[in-house]
Design a protein around this ligand. Sequence first.
Ligand SMILES: C[S@@+](CC[C@H](N)C(=O)[O-])C[C@H]1O[C@@H](n2cnc3c(N)ncnc32)[C@H](O)[C@@H]1O
Length: 358
Amino acid sequence: MLSAILLFCASCAAMASAKPHRVKQRFSTLKDATEQQPQGLASVNMSYAPAVHLLGNQHAQRFLTALIETVKGDWDDAVTGRGGYKPSNGFCDTCFSMSGTVKLNLVVWALIKTLSVPGDFAETGTWRGGTAIVARATQRVLGEDRRRRTYVCDSFEGLPTATTSEDSEKWNKMNALRVSVDQVADNFEAFGLLDGGVRIVRGYFRYSLPILRRRLIEHKRHLAVLRGDGDMYESYLDILYNLYELIPVGGIFICDDCTLIREAQRAITEFRTRHGITDRVHITGIGMLREGDHTYGLTWWKKTKPVSVDYTWYEKWNATRSLERGLIPATKIYGFHESRTLALQAAARRAAMAVLPQ
Ligand SMILES: C[S@@+](CC[C@H](N)C(=O)[O-])C[C@H]1O[C@@H](n2cnc3c(N)ncnc32)[C@H](O)[C@@H]1O
């Protein structure tokens, strides 16, 4: 690892003479991101190699490569404004996911690497569903879609108002993060991936994830890969306290927001410290460090030891939280037929919009 960092530093130094200001900014981001990791346990992987190449089957490779490109849409151009591209909604008109190539490939990689680990895939914080769509497609090409599920968890109405003083209110104001549940079901359907193994879990995590946790325990299900993408401190505590224990040893936890959002990083670090988790943290794809990768990077670790989650602490902490302001979205786990109905509703709405005069 040391040699990898030295190599990286050497290439930074070589670039420094050409673009000193930019390189300084980039290096400080790497340093910052590395230092934020608990107990300095970070290893940095700058590899851009598409994980789909790990699949032996060429058709599967082509399919997943095309799917990732489609799901990603114009994300890179949208965040950089490259080519004068200005998304009308502030995010990206054409994207099904705000995860770029590196993050989407990491999902594929994680699912391949946990083939010997029992359990499903869960994305907590899904926006338009694209990352979970890539996960479901990967389960399918691996022939694992009958025994593994994909859980798609979100309020489908954006982020809550802060219920503790740890988070700011800015998240709740981001209207571009409100994507309706029927829209997400419709997106799965559009890719032909809304099948009986997809479970849409609706509601603020504080309410929906305890229900999901109970359901998974009751049905003896596990999570081989858990992907957190909840932006806020409180969202990450809800995710970890409810679902971390369900990851078997060998399973993978991904924190989409670590290295970028300090509140998310703090939640993760606190959780690890409280539970004595020392599994090595990997940083993958640090966006601003790499030309053309605007995914900002994430962290993940593989669970090497069973962890007994201090749920009593969580319940006590929960009791100190205030109530969310505004309407609280309904909490529900949709079965297959209900999800299909949602997708049909979205399709009907689209059809109605198409015939309305502009
Ligand atoms: C950054 S977006 C997710 C992006 C998505 N993972 C992707 O790759 O495109 C964050 C999502 O998390 C959801 N979210 C965050 N905190 C939540 C909470 N406490 N309860 C329910 N949904 C939450 C938001 O509604 C939003 O859709």
